[in-house]
Write a protein that binds this ligand. Structure first.
Ligand code: ATP
Ligand code: MG
Length: 131
């Protein structure tokens, strides 16, 4: 997912370009606004964390771009491409290093396992919306 900060700052094209140039195939893609309820559902694993309320408010503050990406070793390679959760700690050249300003507004989301990628893909896309 491209988060509201990166969408608002005009980075959709640059981020998708980095993703595709890194060997990922886009198999589903949409621009969509999450309600607070849907953002809360998406990040429900974090609901006991202190930052959950702010995270939900931020993720519903503007449109996001949702995508399903395919590649061998996709989870690990994509997380390497986006860099650390805190952009201040993200390696130079990673998406969060280039396009994010803070740990709250960190430009992109990545699934953390094959199982969660399946769940999150189904959260955003019907079978009809995938190629
Ligand atoms: P994401 O799930 O968005 O890809 P991540 O897997 O790198 O990020 P998580 O631990 O899953 O990190 O946290 C989800 C999101 O919650 C982070 O992207 C960040 O925006 C926010 N977050 C995480 N830790 C903190 C924190 N200590 N303070 C504020 N926000 C945080
Ligand atoms: Mg995460």
């Amino acid at each position: 997912m491209i988060k509201p900060d990166a969408v608002a700052n005009g980075h959709i094209g640059a981020i998708l370009d980095k993703i595709t140039k890194s060997g990922f195939k886009i198999v589903a893609l949409k621009l969509i606004a999450l309600s607070e309820e849907k953002a809360g559902e998406f990040y429900s694993v974090h609901k006991e964390r202190g930052f959950y309320k702010d995270l939900v408010a931020f993720m519903s503050s503007g449109p996001v771009v949702a995508a399903i990406l395919e590649k061998d070793n996709a989870i690990e390679d994509y997380r390497k491409l986006i860099g650390a959760t805190d952009p201040a700690k993200a390696e130079p050249g990673t998406i969060r290093n280039l396009f994010a300003k803070s740990i709250d507004a960190n430009a992109v989301h990545g699934s953390d396992s094959d199982e969660n990628a399946e769940i999150e893909g189904n959260f955003f896309f019907s079978a009809f919306e995938r190629v």
